[in-house]
Design a protein around this ligand. Structure first.
Ligand code: NAI
Length: 244
């Protein structure tokens, strides 16, 4: 469809479904070589088969060896990594008093430490190339907090902290780091929420509806592309204005 990411090698974590899958489709339409990484290999293989120029890899972002293995294969095959989309994320919601330590730890491990792991293992190749673009998945709940999401909202606040820190450390080396803060997007993650809460969210959004994965893919695309060449360290909200 376009050439906004022509021949760029882009790694997208959590690409088997939801926003990550839509982002893989969108990046491929813009000419990227799309590396779809997900802990669910069967499902990411099926997803990648629908996208030209996409390759499927098994990667669990909490397992550094599995990340390194993907990085090594991609470097060997393509010789560079231009874009990293730290998209993989999970929820395990419960009110503070009911949240188990296991729920707390699981979400911190994937959403926070997973972003650290992937970025730390991929950035050396961007430093060598003196260029790169990283976009991290935060959320509106990483700005405003959310009932029942002690663990999740803490990770999404943390991702903004990573973003602003790495934008300072890596900006001078030619690598831009930004975050996106989607509102409530119609994926399985959100469909798992109770119906009455979803209706309330739709009512509170000034566009009167949930967002679509395609709309968030376009935000990742903008920040990853050269059109955002002077944007570094922002947390860009795409929520229909839910917080207004
Ligand atoms: P989803 O649940 O539809 O898809 C997440 C994907 O990540 C799945 O394919 C899953 O297998 C993969 N994944 C989970 N843990 C992994 C791990 N340890 N290693 C590798 N892959 C793993 O999620 P969705 O809704 O597409 O969300 C994508 C990102 O956007 C997440 O970081 C989420 O927190 C964030 N987000 C989503 C919003 C929404 O309303 N759906 C709103 C704001 C942020």
């Amino acid at each position: 469809m376009g050439d906004r990411l022509k021949n760029k090698v882009a790694i997208i974590t959590g690409a088997a479904k939801g926003i990550g899958f839509s982002t893989a489709q969108r990046f491929a339409q813009e000419g990227a070589i799309v590396i779809m990484a997900d802990m669910n290999l069967e499902s990411v293989k099926g997803a990648s088969a629908q996208i030209p120029n996409a390759e499927a890899y098994a990667m669990n972002v909490i397992d550094r060896a599995s990340i390194q293995a993907v990085v090594d294969q991609v470097m060997q095959k393509h010789g560079r990594i231009d874009i990293l989309i730290n998209n993989a994320g999970i929820t395990q919601d419960a009110r503070l008093v009911k949240m188990t330590e296991a729920q707390f730890d699981a979400v911190i491990d994937v959403n926070l430490k997973g972003v650290f792991n992937c970025t730390q293992l991929i950035v050396p190749h961007m430093l060598e190339a003196k260029s790169g673009a990283i976009v991290n998945a935060s959320s509106v709940v990483g700005i405003y907090g959310n009932f029942g999401q002690t663990n999740y909202s803490a990770t999404k606040f943390g991702v903004i902290g990573f973003t602003k820190t790495w934008a300072r450390e890596l900006g001078p080396k030619g690598i831009r780091v930004n975050a996106i803060c989607p509102g409530f997007i119609a994926t399985e993650m959100v469909k798992a929420m109770p119906e009455n809460i979803l209706q309330d969210i739709e009512r509170r959004s000034w566009l009167g509806r949930l967002g679509t994965p395609e709309e968030i893919a376009n935000v990742y695309l903008f920040l990853a592309s050269n059109e955002a060449s002077y944007i570094n360290g922002v947390a860009l909200e795409a929520s229909g204005g839910i917080s207004l």
